[in-house]
Design a protein around this ligand. Structure first.
Ligand code: URP
Ligand code: ZN
Ligand code: ZN
Ligand code: ZN
Length: 467
């Protein structure tokens, strides 16, 4: 039985176009676009017509970096796949790519199976997986080939967190060589964790225990050094590289230089680095713990370089790195020792709105907003044009966005399972009104109409963004 919906009268914005068009949805996919008011559009009939006059009609957001239920620092990220994907939908995101974790001494398969079990039947929106590789050995390398074939086409490695997720340069090189052969994309957490641990130890010995020292020991230079090293290792391996959560201006410069040389090197930043700074980490009464994440927030001066990188395409993607820990009981684990504060910020619900605010503020254009938040993450991680655009054949993952609505961000009103907002009190222009996932209404005029289990696993092809 066919089911049809029409979205009439909105401004359809994709990474490439802005057109006043009606959108016909049939059986969960975009069937056609036609200029609003034309005979072609008027001739369509459907069970449901959604009026988008005065609104934007945009592709559902693709958040390529989330950590639902991540075990970290002796606790778990506080959003489950159920609560986190529902919050994502509220914020206009219709696809997440989360990180399955290989624990040391276990196989990739064991990690991936465990993450499938957490997500299956619980998600409000569609999801895929990257794989965190914490133990590079012969078996792991063979498993990488199998995972690429079944749709897990990207692998995160850590130059940080010795003793937890850390890989040394040899392990990184081997994984990169493998990905050069099997088409996988290495995603790098680029911070020199060995050097950082020395600085942590020295800071604590001096009695520097407050959250703000988290930002001081995790130096921008050590992000830049690791970024440079990762680029060179990828160059030696002949592999593409995607650097996650770039926060330092010096790291952007490394990426820009590599791209000028024509290398397939890509960078992601996150809203927290664009909108927050070390001023937040320095908030008194341990409030700074709310802003502890790695890479860390930087002094405000770095933000201009991140915005510039987003405009010049030296940075291609904005993801959230959503990894929430409650202030009470979780962030508090690090009272008296900043190194024990679980690392991560909530944000999966805020990304589309914050980036729309960047449009309002003149940092990026409307089409660039859609490009960095929807189209490029879909391309980068092999989901385009099923995800990330509004075009015939694409999944009908669509957001009706009111560009004039005013809102104030607050933990009182957000839907993430975390007891604070990193953007508490921030006033934003623009708000998600209605969200469709594969043609089904998940948010209807600011009411949740979705359900856990609607979201399905999305296997991915290899990177579609290479030079
Ligand atoms: O602080 C962060 N980013 N926590 C999540 C883990 C990671 O490194 O992405
Ligand atoms: Zn990381
Ligand atoms: Zn992360
Ligand atoms: Zn459903």
């Amino acid at each position: 039985m066919s089911s049809r919906k029409i979205i009439r009268g909105g401004l359809v914005i994709t990474a490439s176009d802005e057109i006043h068009a009606d959108v016909l949805i049939e059986d969960g996919r975009i069937a056609a676009l036609a200029a609003s008011g034309t005979p072609a559009a008027e001739a369509w009939t459907a069970e449901q017509v959604i009026d988008a006059t005065g609104k934007y009609v945009i592709p559902g957001g693709v958040d390529a970096h989330t950590h639902m239920e991540l075990p970290f620092g002796g606790t778990f990220a506080s959003d489950t796949f159920e609560t986190g994907t529902r919050a994502a939908a509220w914020g206009g995101t219709t696809t997440i790519v989360d990180f399955a974790v290989q624990s040391v001494g276990h196989t990739l398969r064991e990690g991936l199976d465990a993450w499938h079990a957490k997500a299956e039947g619980n998600c409000a929106i569609d999801y895929g997986f990257h794989m965190i590789v914490s133990d590079v050995n012969q078996e792991t390398l063979k498993e990488m080939d199998l995972l690429v074939e079944e749709g897990v086409t990207s692998f995160k490695q850590f130059m940080a967190y010795p003793g937890v997720f850390y890989s040394d340069d040899g392990q990184i090189l081997r994984a990169m060589q493998r990905s050069a052969e099997n088409g996988g994309l290495i995603m790098m957490h680029a911070e020199n964790g060995i050097a950082i641990d020395v600085l942590v130890e020295q800071a604590l010995a001096r009695g520097e225990t407050d959250p703000r020292y988290h930002g001081e020991v995790r130096k921008a230079l050590l992000e830049a050094e690791a970024t440079h090293r990762a680029i060179k290792l990828a160059q030696v391996a002949g592999a593409p590289l995607y650097v996650v959560h770039v926060s330092a201006a010096e790291a952007v410069a490394e990426l820009a230089r590599a791209r000028d040389e024509g290398l397939n090197v890509f960078g992601e930043t996150c809203p927290q680095y664009l909108f927050l700074s070390t001023d937040n980490l320095a908030e008194p009464d341990f409030e700074g713990a709310k802003y502890v994440c790695s890479t860390p927030l930087r002094p405000k001066e770095h933000q201009a370089k991140l915005w510039q990188g987003l405009r010049t395409n030296d940075l291609q993607v904005v993801s959230t790195d959503h990894c929430p820990f409650c202030f009470v009981g979780q962030k508090e684990l690090g009272r008296g020792d900043f190194s024990k504060i679980p690392n991560g910020l909530p944000g999966v619900e805020n990304r589309m709105d914050l980036l729309h605010q960047a449009v309002v503020d003149g940092h990026i254009s409307r089409r660039r907003w859609i490009e960095i938040a929807c189209a490029t993450p879909a391309r980068m991680f092999g989901m385009y044009p099923k995800k990330g655009t509004i075009a015939p054949g694409a999944d009908a993952d669509v957001v009706i966005y009111d560009p004039h609505a005013e809102q104030t961000v607050s933990a009182e009103t957000h839907h993430m399972n975390v007891d604070y907002s990193a953007y508490e009190g921030k006033r934003l222009t623009g708000r998600v009104e209605t969200v469709l996932s594969r043609g089904e209404l998940v948010i209807t005029e600011r009411e949740y109409t979705g359900h856990a289990g609607h979201g399905v696993y999305t296997p991915r092809s290899t990177c579609q963004y290479l030079n």
